[in-house]
Structures are given as C-alpha cells and as structure tokens.
Design a protein around this ligand. Structure first.
Ligand code: TXA
Ligand code: MG
Length: 335
C-alpha cells in the first residue's frame, strides 16, 4: 500500500490534506493524524471492516478495544446519553474538548471490533485543531489508538508514525509535534465514583478537583482493568532502566558511569541536571510537562542513535509525573 504524507496547514476546515484524509476515512481507509496527546491511527468507528484494518496495521491484539474520537462535546451526550452520572458531566464540562477519555455504557452504536465486546466504550473529544477538522469533515466518529506498532513507543510526530506504519496506512497527516506527548487520561464513568484507569495528561488531582468527590481506588473494589494494560507497551529496542530516587539512584548512576567508561553507548534522561553524571550523556528536561512531551520521541531517538543503556530518572509521583512514570516503567519491562 502506498502511504501519502501531507502537511496540514490552517485554515484546517478547507485544507486539502484534511479534506483528502476525511475522504479516505469515509472510504473505509486508515489515516494517521495528530491529536493534542499523541498521533492516532484512525478509521470510521461505525465501519467494522475499516476498524479491523487498524488491528492488522498495528499488529494489535483483537481483545484490546479502541477509543472513539468525536467532533464536539455534544456528541458525547448523543452516544452516552442517559447513562451518564452527574460527575461525568462535570468532567466533560471541564475537560472536553481535551485529553480526557471517558468510559461509558456502549449504546450499541459501535461494532464489537471497537469495544472488544465489552458492554462499555471509550469516548474522547480531542482539542487538536487538525483532529477536530478531520472528524468534522469525515462526518463520522473516528476510532483511533496511538499510531505505533503494538508494543512500541507512541508516535508524537509524523516521522515516528512513518517509521512504524509506512505501507500500512493510506495517509499520514503531518503537523507539528504533539503538545501533550503522553496519552489521554482514561476515567471510568460507569460506577458510583469516577475511577482513573490510565494516568495521562490530566492528573488525578485535576480530575478529583473537577468532580468534588473521591475517586474510586481500583484494586480495592474491582480489578484495575483497561485491557491494554495487560500487554507489553511503549518499549523501544533499547535496554531501559527506570531509576527511582533514594539510595538506588546513586547506585544506578554509578552503573551508568561504569558502562560509559567501558565504552558502552549510554544515555541518561533526567528532570534535573545531575552533578555526578558526565554532561555529554545527559538529556535534561527541566519540567514534568517537557518530560511528558519528549519522552516517547527520546525513546525512539535513543534507538536510532544506537544507545545500549538508557537510564530514565522517574519523576515525583504526582500530577503528570504519575502518567510519565507509568510509561517509563512499562518501557523498562516492569508491570
Ligand atoms: O491520547 C490518547 O488516548 C490516544 C490518542 C490517539 O487519542 N489514544 C490512545 O489509544 O492512547 P490506545 O488504543 O493506544 O489506548 C487506549 C486504551 C487501551 O489501553 C484500551 O485497552 C483502553 O484504552 N480501552 C478502550 N476501551 C476501553 C473500555 N471500554 N474500557 C476500559 N478500557 C478501554
Ligand atoms: Mg497505545
């Protein structure tokens, strides 16, 4: 399959690349497009044959359901309708459009291939103007997982998506690097209290503040299950070491320095500059937001640069740091 790559330029409503992409979606083809979190690989969510192609292109296990992307907040009410608890409305008012995904009862609108036969479905209204223009122009909801091959780091730019998906999708809509860098926060809205199933750009603290009631602590009441968490994830073809703070930290840095002195290709990704580690092997990101924005592309850059040992210093376990740490731990092969 030939993959067209075209850059989207404003005004997106009339942009030829967006128009072409919308047409392909309507024809049942796959299109890679930017969102405010990461790039997605999209298909018409109402067309089961089109959605099946996503699983083939990504080599994704068929029991891992997809997020449905909608053009406007009102569309959430159209698909989730009467089953929404009051706290879900508060979340929608506060965070949609934006990097929030809610789990709601499937009204029956979406085929089994989208929901993996669960009684629920994930809905999200992206705030990225290209995603928004594409969904509006296509006139259908777009099912889209992250635009990487299964097990690989998510793509935060068109080049990274191209690396994994060229020849497997009809089109890649190019745009600047995605501003968020990690995926949306998934909140289960089917229970009495909201439950965060996947940490993401919006922090638990922000979710809790918006709803004004305690979050359900999964694990206590029911399993922490989004089907995707069962699988290997986010992993580059590099030995990733997740570095915890405390005593282990200095041990890890000694190990990094030792490997480097032995001539190994070593890199350290860190929030704050490390005085004990040679400057030439450090990537210093300075803010948790910058860390989130860059982490997936740095995983892929390390791979391309032939890095053998990538040490990544975990962030404080709060705010966006929680979501970033989850990606680092998974990349390092931890559960
Ligand atoms: O930021 C994002 O959310 C990106 C962009 C493209 O929107 N999408 C994304 O999709 O991260 P994906 O497929 O890589 O991750 C979706 C996660 C998977 O772990 C999947 O198991 C879970 O959502 N999921 C989907 N439907 C679900 C449901 N009904 N209940 C619980 N988890 C669900
Ligand atoms: Mg993914």
């Amino acid at each position: 399959m030939q993959t067209i790559v075209a850059f989207a330029l404003p005004p997106y409503e009339t942009d030829p690349a967006v128009r072409k992409a919308a047409k392909l979606i309507q024809q049942g083809e796959l299109v890679v497009f930017p969102t405010e979190t990461v790039f997605g690989i999209g298909a018409n969510a109402l067309d089961k044959n089109a959605c099946r192609k996503i699983f083939e292109a990504k080599n994704r296990p068929i029991d891992n359901p997809l997020i449905v992307h909608l053009a406007a907040r009102e569309d959430i009410y159209r698909y989730a309708g009467s089953t929404l608890p009051p706290y879900a409305k508060l979340l929608i008012d506060r965070f949609a459009p934006g990097p929030l995904t809610i789990v709601v009862q499937n009204s029956g609108a979406f085929p089994d291939v989208v929901t993996a036969k669960l009684p629920t479905v994930c809905l999200r209204v992206p705030s990225h103007p290209v995603a928004n223009a594409l969904i509006s122009a296509a006139g259908v909801p777009i099912a889209a997982p992250s635009a990487n091959r299964s097990t690989r780091p998510s793509a935060t730019n068109a080049r990274d998506a191209w690396e994994d998906l060229r020849g497997r999708v009809s089109m890649i809509v190019d745009s600047s690097m995605t501003p968020g860098g990690i995926e949306s926060t998934i909140v289960d809205c089917t229970g009495e209290h909201p439950a965060v199933l996947r940490d993401g750009i919006i922090s638990r603290e922000e979710i809790a503040a918006a709803v004004g009631i305690p979050l359900e602590r999964l694990g206590d009441t029911r399993p922490t299950i989004t089907p995707g968490t069962r699988y290997k994830h986010y992993a580059p073809d590099v030995h990733v070491h997740a570095v915890r703070s405390g005593e282990n930290e200095s041990k890890s840095f000694s190990r990094a320095i030792e490997l480097y002195r032995k001539g190994k290709n070593v890199r350290v990704i860190t929030l704050n500059k490390l005085s004990t580690v040679p400057a030439e092997i450090q990537v210093v990101l300075e803010t948790p937001e910058a860390f989130a924005r860059s982490i997936f592309s740095l995983f892929r850059a390390a791979e391309r640069d032939g890095v053998e040992h990538l040490f990544v210093v975990l962030l404080p376990e709060e705010g966006i740091g929680r979501g970033v740490n989850e990606r680092i731990r998974k990349a390092a092969g931890e559960r």
